[in-house]
Structures are given as C-alpha cells and as structure tokens.
Design a protein around this ligand. Sequence first.
Ligand code: UD1
Length: 417
Amino acid sequence: MEKFVIEGGNRLEGSLSVKGGKNSILPILAAAVLCSSSEGVELYNIPDIVDMHVMTKILQSLGARVKYKNNTLLVNVEDLQSYTISDELMREMRSSIFLMGPLLARLGKVRVTYPGGCAIGPRPIDLHFKGLEAMGARIKEEKGYIMASASRLQGTEIHLDYPSVGATENLMMAAVLARGKTVINNAAKEPEIVDLQNFLNAMGADIRGAGTETVRIIGVEGLGKCSYRIIPDRIVAGTYLMAAAITGGRLLLKGIIPVHLDAVVAKMREAGVGIEATEDSLEVIGGRLKGVETVRTLPYPGFPTDLQAPIMALLTVAEGNSTIIESIFENRFKHVNELKRLNADISVKGRTAFIQGVKKLYGAEVEATDLRAGAALILAGLAAEGTTVISEIKHIDRGYERIELDLQQLGAKIMRI
Ligand code: UD1
C-alpha cells in the first residue's frame, strides 16, 4: 500500500503545465464507442491517471482496441462485441454509467449494474434513466443487472430536473445517432460538456448549445474517425494554484484556460491570494491568507464541488473565519476529520462547514478518503510543520498524474513510499 510522506513548510516556486482533464476524458472515451470507422479516434493531451486506464479496460472488455503512449490514446471500436459491462468493472468506476447512452445508440441494447456506492454520498442515476426512457429506451432490472434496449432511439425534448453533468453527457451521446432532434433543457454547462460536444462534432455529430442550458442534437446516421485534443484539467489547475497559495509561494501555471477557473480565482483573491492572469496562464503570487465569508459549491460557472476540499485546506490557515456550503453532494465532508488531525479548527452542521483559521497546522497520519479529499490533505501537509503521512493514496492517483513529481519540481518535499 503506497503512502505519501510530506515534510511541510517549503514555499512552492516555479512553473507547471497541466494535462487534459479527467472529467473530459472519461465521457469522451465513452463517446468513442460511437465511432464505427476502421481508423478509430486519436486523442491527445490524455493524463496518465488510473480512471483513464479503468475506462480503457472497460472499452477493451467490449471489444475495443486501445493504445496509449506519450499521453496519446488511439481507440478503435470498429468491432463492438459486447453490450454488457461486468459488475466488477462497473464497481471500479462510477463513470462506467456513461457507456449506457453510447452503447444503446450503437448497439440498441446495454446491460450494466448500478455503479455502486460512493465515498461522497449517494449518487443516483434516475435522471440518466428518465432521459433515455423519454428517447424510447425500455429499461428493466434483470437478475441484478439493468437492461436497456431500443431498436433506434427517438429524438425528443428532455427537461432535466437538475443540471447533472453525467446525465447531460449520457443523453447527448445517446442522441447523436437517434432519429430526429433532441433538445436537453436545464443541461449542465460545465466546460467538459463543451469538450464532449466538440469531440462528437469532430466525429461528424450535429450538436449545438453545449455550455448553455439548452443543448440541441440532430441525429446523424453514423460517426467517423477524428483526432482531438482534450481541454486542460481545471480541477488539477485549481489544486495547484491552492498548493502554491497555502505555502505562500509563487507558481506560474501554463497551458490552461483561465476563464474555466473564474469562480475559483475570485474566491482565492477574496482569501488574499495574489493572482495574475494571461490568456492561457495564471500566476499565484503568495499573499497573506484571510478567511472568506462564504464559499458555496454550485454547478458551473459556480464554485466547483471538486475544489471544495482543497479550498477548505487553504482556509484552515487563513486569518479569521470562513464558511463553506456544499450544495452539490450530500456527504462531501469526509476530509474534515482528517484536516482536524493536522490541527485544523472546523465544525460541520449539515452541509455547512465553519472554519476558524489557525496559526499553524502540524503533521500527522491521515487517510485520503476520496480523490479530492486526498488532494486537500496534500495541500495541508505542504503547509504543516513536521511530517504528514497520507495513506490510501490510490484515490489521489485516480485523478492526478503522479502529483508528487509536479510538486517536487516546485520544491515540495513529498515522497511516495
Ligand atoms: C461529475 C464529475 C464530478 C463532479 C460532479 C459535479 C465526472 C466524471 N465527474 O459527476 O467530478 O463532482 O460532476 O460537478 O465528470 N443527481 C441526481 N440524479 C442523477 C444524476 C445526478 O440526483 O441522475 C444528483 C447527484 O446526486 C448530485 C448532483 O446531481 O447531487 C450532481 O451530480 P452530477 O452533476 O450528475 O455529477 P456526476 O456527473 O456524477
């Protein structure tokens, strides 16, 4: 079992560039199933993260051929031999549910199990089902499996009760080969939805409106080969900005899309962090940290729930009080108890966390309970006096490509043991 050992107290300094986003590559890999061309798709800027490998393993189990080298992925799904995702693979990653839409569209049927529990609370998939059913899919449960079928999906108008990222993506992928026009109202507006639209259109789909609350898809007969470069990971970028800020350091983050981080930069500035932006970079220039009245997680363009734990780490050492409201997930405060082991002063009531800034964090043994909680603990460890040992770092590897190497390059004392 690997662990991170961090000797805290070093200012981070230097520059980094950020690779493609986990939340882009997972739906895009699912969408690759829609390409029946013998030449397949070529994807660039692909991060070497565990979740990406799990998704390619799932595609291979369905009959795809996949090659990964130098952050480039070649995916050929000319022969699709199976419409069943095994329970074992479904349990490995929630995002396997993204394959429902594309498999239904391409093969007319799909068999999956429920993606299972999740450390950040219940994550229902009712909106995915409702949308697929509105497009004519029959969905039933059979011996623990969910079986969906439709000879050809039918375009329709769908109103999502909540702008779910995954449901919007699943329904977009289902609709690209459907008969006629599909309109998704109250769609999620995350940049990764735009990335998915651009990828699908590069394969020959006809989609407009991603990034707004209405996505319109006109069904086409088939999709073909394409080469596509995915967008940089805004959550990794935000994590690194906060890592620099919590150490009072200086970091130039290159190759990013700063506008994707507007809400994050605004809150960090409110917390006293100096940040300068250019068209494709953000630079953190230290600053004396102060508490912020409220950070409320919201669907994009609001403050992302995936950076809630990291900003909490930052605010634990800010002067004064801060409040964080988690409005997306029911139970996303598992990092609180771990941060408290490092001397953070935090109390939680329902979905609100109250943070009283402390002068110092002190190293301790902690556990990464999930991906972003793990990132928050690294940040806290970088600022803490003494040694912090983080266990269960497999969660961190799901979404950060060898995070310790990037941080070491900036002068952090962090080791994987
Ligand atoms: C995606 C991201 C995840 C991020 C989240 C919110 C990927 C691979 N993951 O997850 O990193 O934290 O968006 O920005 O892109 N909901 C329902 N019914 C549904 C679907 C969702 O009630 O059918 C609820 C969920 O329980 C949750 C909220 O909607 O409370 C947001 O979920 P959703 O936007 O679907 O998140 P994911 O797509 O799972």
